[in-house]
Design a protein around this ligand. Structure first.
Ligand SMILES: [Zn+2]
Length: 114
């Protein structure tokens, strides 16, 4: 049995997952723990997830979506469906941890316009 020790360099890993949307209610759940996600915002996603050619020096890009607070060892970020994003957002392709293909996510326009 291995006893794991917490080390300062073990920073939480970002996990970006597609939303689990209830087809009847439209309510979005965390695909890992099933928690209802209500507080939509712009959590930061490492730019390696985004396929768009973003002309921006930032290593993290805000994405319209949710962060599930139930996971202490991971930063679990769930982009919201792009059709829920305000008009000031632009769709870009992302490659999420649970998808082989690209899926659209919404990012604030200033990121793309920069
Ligand atoms: Zn969760």
């Amino acid at each position: 049995m291995t006893i794991s020790q917490s080390r300062p360099q073990d920073l939480p890993r970002e996990t970006v997952l597609s939303p689990d949307v209830d087809p009847h209610t439209g309510i979005i759940h965390c695909p890992l723990c099933g928690q209802t996600l209500e507080d939509v915002g712009t959590p930061l996603v490492p730019r390696r997830f985004l396929e768009a050619d973003i002309d921006d020096d930032r290593q993290e890009i805000p994405v319209f979506g949710f962060r599930c607070e139930n996971h202490r060892r991971e930063d679990v970020i769930i982009p919201a469906p792009t059709d829920r994003a305000p008009e000031s957002y632009t769709r870009v392709d992302a490659r999420l941890d649970d998808r082989d293909g690209a899926v659209p996510v919404a990012v604030p326009n200033p990121v793309i316009d920069a």
